[in-house]
Write a protein that binds this ligand. Sequence first.
Ligand SMILES: Cc1ncc(COP(=O)(O)O)c(C=O)c1O
Length: 288
Amino acid sequence: MTLTAWVNGEFLPLADATVHIEDRGFQFADGVYEVIACFGGTFLDLQAHLHRLEQSCQAIAIELPCCLAELEQLIRQTYQRNPYDDAMLYVQITRGVAPRSHLIKAKLQPTMVITSRALPMPSDEQITQGVTAITLSDIRWKRCDIKSIALLASVLGKQEATRQGADEAFWLDDVGHVLEGCATNCFAVIDGALVTHPLDQQVLGGITRDMALRLAAEQGIAIEQRPWHLHEAGLSECMMSSTTNAIMPVCKINDQIIATGKPGAVSILLRQQMLKTFEALKQPNETN
Ligand SMILES: Cc1ncc(COP(=O)(O)O)c(C=O)c1O
């Protein structure tokens, strides 16, 4: 399928969908983004993604180029032009085009790009065996709650994980608490409770994180949003969440095998519940 992208007011074939070399996104990573999953034409938690995008824009004083209802329509239209059964919509908004200068001298017209592609799926082996991670000291900026396109630290982190034969890198704070991954939120099961770092400026408020907590609560699993570390007594599982991973068991971190080294009961249950939700979206008459 030739991909069609929305770029600044028109739909274009991907190869022709370009932005100006003086776009501040290109020069300063001055922008924000969203990644949204769509199953059988029904979006997963679309309103939550739109809300987070609005919050990210507000946090860096970029005015949305259109109202949220129009943005929603554009996302839907982009999907309709690239209707993958399991799709991943990417929305990026930058401050716009101006001669290169750190100072924002005038109100600019934001640049907006939307694409729809196939949602990348974890391999069967990753799902059944779980994935592996390394830990790194957090070298990112101090506003990780903003979904900024400035992702150099995460690019390097992921690269280092791959170099070490792992799937993801988890950022640790100065005292060794697990914050989140390069593109995932992190969880542990400790004494039976699902534990994850609280929402603050050190982590992104993942939409899948919210879903995991919601599903865990429905299953009667205790939840603790608090700093945690990998050497806590009673730690029996680790997992990570994101739009592209759903929830994924993490069975080895650095040289530490987590419990039996196999996906644990809570991660298996939460993953099953998530997949059920995705399947339900594919049924006719569902709206989202
Ligand atoms: C740093 C970071 N944390 C968490 C997530 C997971 O967010 P979501 O569940 O909304 O995909 C992402 C996703 O890109 C991310 O980049």
